[in-house]
Write a protein that binds this ligand. Structure first.
Ligand SMILES: [Mg+2]
Length: 107
């Protein structure tokens, strides 16, 4: 079977499930909350690129921002897959929905 990003997410979720010691509902909540942490890391990296912390100066490169944004995407995919086995279908339907709305000819 071809290894796709969603297959990889599937394996990551199985691995996280195995190591979890929390009640399932708490665990799902935390996986969604983890997104906030990752979004914060994007902000931290951007501030670091712009040197906007006077005490620290420039601490990050744009590559760090790209990596942190990728973490956000991966964490969201992991959270979605933890909530529903239909994650891939849900996501693709959502992309299609947004595309139709955004790309529809103005009328
Ligand atoms: Mg991160």
């Amino acid at each position: 079977m071809e290894e796709t990003t969603w297959n990889t997410i599937e394996r990551i979720v199985a691995w996280i499930d195995e190591s979890s010691t929390l009640p399932p509902e708490t665990d799902k909540l935390l996986r969604v909350m983890k997104l906030s942490e990752e979004v914060g890391e994007v902000t931290q990296a951007l501030i670091g690129v712009m040197g906007q912390n006077p005490r620290k100066g420039r601490t990050h490169r744009m590559e760090d921002v790209y990596d942190e944004l990728s973490d956000v995407i991966l964490t969201a995919m992991t959270a979605l897959r933890s909530l529903t086995p239909d994650a891939r279908k849900v996501f693709e339907a959502r992309v299609e929905h947004i595309a139709q709305r955004a790309l529809a000819p103005a009328g």
